[in-house]
Every structure is written in structure tokens, then in C-alpha cells.
Design a protein around this ligand. Structure first.
Ligand code: 1PR
Length: 534
């Protein structure tokens, strides 16, 4: 192999860099992993995809001598691309659990987004950039969107203006990328930014490829996301299939009562990526009873999918502590780690988050031991989604229950005008004494970075999202809320985005049955003046 087709990757082992590896391989390069500081100095091009938190990353860099090597590599103007934390570490310090000293190559401090001004933190999703100076790798990014996921950011100032090559607006105008000579770093994730991201990586890897320059990029709001969801489980023959329920019932109405089969998970995920899905979610819907690490096909699905799907992948189902039949104990953290290693960018917790929230509300104590708290501490809260499976319970008088209620748009079967939303576990099989509102607020405090808000009553009905529920929850929390269940036509998406503060909308059935293409949903939203990634 000639040195020309090798990329040196600095992976200090703090989390999932599988997607960066996949993207580099997809673009025709081989990867050499940094083992020693010398490997950095000898690199012909170095990619540094920082993951995890600032402090532990700095600790590893200092202890191993890699930080010093990195500084001298960059000072020599050798080809470098830092991603996300790989950008932040170049600055003087970070407020993340700090102040903590950084590598100090770029003047400035990395601080947390201010969530008091109505912007949800973490900043998750697709934004366009304002290009502020010539940056070879961003040249044709223009008005396209790229994918961000972070709670901390560096700000442009007079001291670092020589470095800044683009900014992005999210409450603050923060640094989206820097460039000096051959040294590049980006706050967003090119490896998760679809074709646009791949072309940024391609331009870094093939610096002499000619580029067509386009405009500077226009002002952009965070785009609303359209997510394709694949409910996955083994059918009665043991094959993993994409299925889809009717109010969570996934069995056909036939004599055989077989599991509804809507296709193969890897193929469908790839199709949705090509069709413009902003994210793909897999829910392993029988994970609550089958232990996921015993479920190797699901991990295999993630591995294959992440090889050529370059948007964020979420996986949920069965994330909890588990003791197998031989008495071997697995922590939820191990389960999540295996999902991340296999290619997931986020994991989603259903049942176990309900128990955690109940306990927290009962005791008022954060034990730090729940799956939710542990996983968000290690991987960051942006990597942890809580999936809520509520069922509508109609009542006559809001004072009859201790849960938050809403006035329903159409009365219940006995003329009831109010409802509360009861959380369930085990795929809707068991109702719990906690409402969706109470759960959402509790899990936000426990470290959830995002909420996937389903609704059993609406699931698979195609009659629209439960706008009342989604408004209730998206107004109650400061983390992004994904509206789910009930999409039937493109109008339902504009409806949920104009009437609630949902950050994303997810659908399954209409995409699987090819009733509405993802592109039509996006075009409709665009026509309605709602910013989306096209
Ligand atoms: O409890 O941590 O093991 O997680 C289980 C996960 O599996 C949860 O996220 C739960 O929502 C999901 N799940 C469990 N059983 C079912 C089922 O359908 N029987 N699927 C299930 C939930 C709901 C949505 C669906 C939308 C959109 N699926 O994800 O995709 O309702 O559908 P639509 O557009 O067709 O209306 P744990």
C-alpha cells in the first residue's frame, strides 16, 4: 500500500469512532491507528475524531505524550482534520466540568450553549454554515446542511479570527470550523452529514481535487429532522425483519397470526438514507424480553448499516442490567457499549428509563446508578435518547389524577374532555403509575439528551400525530423532542412542526408501505416555509 492511501487515525478509545472509520474506508482509504506519539509525527494525514468529554480526552493526550506530538504536528502545518471534540481540544481551555486546559493552539475558551434563551441543548441536528474565509474543504458546502451534536462550543473573537473558516448560528454565533494552511477542524460531523459530509472528507483526503466554489451560505435555523424508524424483531422463523404495529400489535390479523414483515432492516435503512432521511432509528422491540447481547443479528444489522449509511443511527431495545441463565451479569453500560461499537450514534432507553424516573420521583435522589445516568455520563447526554410509550387515559376532571393533563381536541368515548398520558413498559404491555409529562421532566434531569415521544393510540393509524401530547412535552423540557406515531400524509409533519416545539418527526408505516416518500415530506415542509435539509 502506498502511503498516499493511508489515513492515520487518533482514537484514544473514548467511544464510537466507527462511523469515521467507515466513512474513510468508503472513500477508498486505509486506516492506520496511532499507537505511539511517533505515529502522529510520521503521519501523512491525520484525522482526530474527538469523542466523549474534554477532561478525560486531555488526560489521555497528556499522559501518553500524544498531546505534545499533536501540537508539533500541527505547528509544522501537516495535514490534519479534527472533528467535534477534536476541534475543541485545540483551544486554550474548556468549561466542560472545568475549566480544563486544552492544547492551547487556538486562542479562546470552549463554553456551554446557553439554554436560557430558548435554544435546546444539546444542539442536535442539521444547520447550514456561514463561510467566513476560504476553506478548501468546505468550498462547495454553500447552502447545504451539516450535522451537529454537541453541548459545548467555541466562539469567534478578534484573537482567533485568523483561524475561523465558518460559523453557525444557534442562539450564539459559534465556530463551526477552523482552517490554517493544512490544518482543519470542524465542530460538526462530516461522517454523519450524508453526501455533503462525504465530499468534505473527500476534499481533505484528496486535497488537489478541483472544487467548484459557491456562495458563502445563508442564515440558517436548525433544520427540522425527518426520521425513518425501523421496528425490528425476529419473526416466527427466527429471521430479523422490519415489522410495524397497529397500536403496537405487530401480528397480522390472519389465522396464522404471523409477525407482519415489511422488509429487511439493512436494505430498508440504506434505502431511507438514499431517500434523504435525516436519521435512522432501529428499535429492537422484543429487547425487553430477549437479551440484546444474545441477539447478534441485531448487532450485525448495525455493523452492516453503518458501513454505508452516513447519517446518525439510533438503536433501542433491551438496554438494562441483565443476568443471563449462567449467572453472568451484564451492566446496561456494557450493552450500550456494544451497540455503540457496532455503529450506533445514539442509544434509546424505554422501559428502564420509566423505572429510573419512578424511583427518582419517589426518592428525590439521583443515585447515578441507573442505566440512563451511567450511559449519559460515559458517552455524553447527546448519545442517550429516552423513548416514551404513553397511552391516553381519558378523564372528566383534571383534579382526579396527580398527573399533568391536557384538554383533548376531541372528547373521549364517554364525552371526557381531558386526558393524561400513562407511561408503559415492555412494548406497551404494562401501564405504570407515571405520566409522560412527569417522566419527560425526570429523565431530562437524569441526563437524557433527547426524547422520542411515541403514542400508542396513534401508532400505525395514519391520522396524524398527537399534537396535544407533543406540545405538552416539547414545552416542558429543554432537550429536543422527536414526535412519533400516526403520520399519514405530509401535512401531518407541517402540522406538528407549526403547532408544537418538536425538533424532529419520526414515521415508520408510511415509509415502509411506500405511501409517502421521504422526499415528498421534505418538499412539503420546504413549501410551508419550514427549514429542512434537502
Ligand atoms: O423498553 O428499552 O426495551 O425499548 C423497547 C423499544 O421498542 C421502545 O422504544 C418502544 O417504543 C419500542 N417498541 C416496543 N414494542 C413496540 C411495538 O410496536 N410493539 N415499537 C415498539 C414502538 C413505535 C414507534 C413507531 C411509531 C411510528 N414503535 O417507534 O415507529 O409509532 O409509527 P407510524 O409512523 O407507523 O405510526 P425497551
Amino acid at each position: 500500500t502506498s502511503n498516499d492511501s493511508v489515513v492515520t487515525l487518533l482514537d484514544y478509545g473514548a467511544g464510537n469512532v466507527r462511523s469515521v472509520r467507515n466513512a474513510i474506508r468508503f472513500l477508498g482509504f486505509e486506516i492506520k491507528d496511532v499507537q505511539t506519539p511517533e505515529d502522529i509525527l510520521n503521519a501523512s494525514r491525520l484525522v482526530f475524531p474527538g469523542v466523549g468529554a474534554f477532561a478525560p480526552a486531555m488526560e489521555v493526550l497528556s499522559k501518553t505524550g500524544m498531546g505534545e506530538a499533536l501540537c508539533s504536528y500541527i505547528e509544522k502545518d501537516r495535514p490534519f482534520l479534527g472533528i467535534c471534540l477534536g476541534l475543541q481540544l485545540l483551544f486554550e481551555s474548556s468549561e466542560e466540568n472545568g475549566p480544563i486546559k486544552g492544547l492551547g493552539l487556538i486562542p479562546g475558551t470552549v463554553g456551554r450553549f446557553d439554554s436560557s434563551n430558548g435554544f435546546r441543548v444539546p444542539h442536535i441536528g442539521w444547520n447550514a454554515l456561514q463561510i467566513t474565509k476560504d476553506s478548501e474543504i468546505l468550498d462547495d458546502v454553500g447552502n447545504h446542511h451539516v450535522y451537529f451534536v454537541h453541548s459545548y462550543r467555541a466562539m469567534p473573537s478578534d484573537d482567533n479570527k485568523d483561524w475561523v473558516s465558518s460559523t453557525c448560528d444557534y442562539g450564539d454565533k459559534f465556530i463551526a470550523s477552523i482552517r490554517r494552511g493544512n490544518v482543519h477542524a470542524v465542530q460538526f460531523h462530516p461522517e454523519k452529514s450524508g453526501d455533503v459530509g462525504l465530499s468534505i472528507l473527500r476534499r481533505f483526503l484528496y486535497p488537489n481535487s478541483s472544487v467548484a466554489k459557491t456562495g458563502e451560505g445563508k442564515a440558517s435555523k436548525l433544520a427540522k429532522r425527518v426520521i425513518a424508524c425501523l421496528d425490528v424483531r425476529a419473526n416466527d422463523n427466527g429471521d430479523l425483519v422490519v415489522t410495524k404495529g397497529d397500536q403496537y400489535d405487530v401480528r397480522e390479523n390472519t389465522k396464522e397470526n404471523e409477525v407482519r414483515n415489511l422488509g429487511k432492516p439493512v436494505e430498508l435503512a440504506q434505502q431511507y438514507y438514499k431517500d434523504g432521511a435525516d436519521e435512522v432509528s432501529f428499535l429492537n422491540i422484543t429487547g425487553f424480553r430477549d437479551f440484546p447481547l444474545g441477539d447478534l443479528p441485531m448487532l450485525q444489522v448495525l455493523r452492516y448499516t453503518s458501513e454505508n449509511v452516513f447519517v446518525p443511527l439510533t438503536v433501542g431495545g433491551g438496554i438494562r442490567d441483565f443476568t443471563d441463565s449462567k449467572g453472568r451479569h451484564y451492566s446496561s453500560l456494557e450493552v450500550a457499549a456494544e451497540y455503540f461499537r457496532s455503529g450506533a450514534d445514539k442509544i434509546s432507553i424505554g422501559s428502564d428509563a420509566v423505572y429510573a424516573a419512578e424511583e427518582y420521583l419517589r426518592t428525590g435522589v439521583k443515585t447515578g446508578k441507573t442505566s440512563l445516568e451511567q450511559i449519559s455520563r460515559v458517552y455524553g447526554n447527546q448519545a442517550v435518547v429516552v423513548s416514551i410509550d404513553p397511552r391516553r387515559v381519558y378523564i372528566n376532571n383534571p383534579n382526579d389524577v396527580q398527573f399533568q393533563t391536557i384538554k383533548v381536541s376531541s372528547p373521549g368515548p364517554n364525552g371526557e374532555e381531558y386526558a393524561w398520558y400513562q407511561c408503559t413498559v415492555n412494548g406497551g404491555r404494562e401501564g405504570r403509575p407515571i405520566g409522560a409529562y412527569e417522566l419527560a421532566k425526570a429523565v431530562e434531569e437524569l441526563g437524557a439528551g433527547e426524547i422520542l415521544l411515541n403514542c400508542i393510540d396513534c401508532d400505525g393509524q395514519g391520522k396524524g400525530f398527537d399534537v396535544g401530547l407533543i406540545k405538552l412535552i416539547s414545552d416542558a423540557v429543554n432537550i429536543p423532542v422527536i414526535a412519533s406515531s400516526g403520520a399519514g400524509i405530509p401535512n401531518h409533519f407541517s402540522d406538528v412542526f407549526t403547532k408544537t416545539n418538536a425538533s424532529a418527526a419520526l414515521a415508520a408505516g408510511i415509509f415502509h408501505r411506500k405511501e409517502v416518500p421521504i422526499q415528498s415530506v421534505k418538499e412539503h415542509l420546504l413549501n410551508e416555509g419550514i427549514e429542512v435539509r434537502i
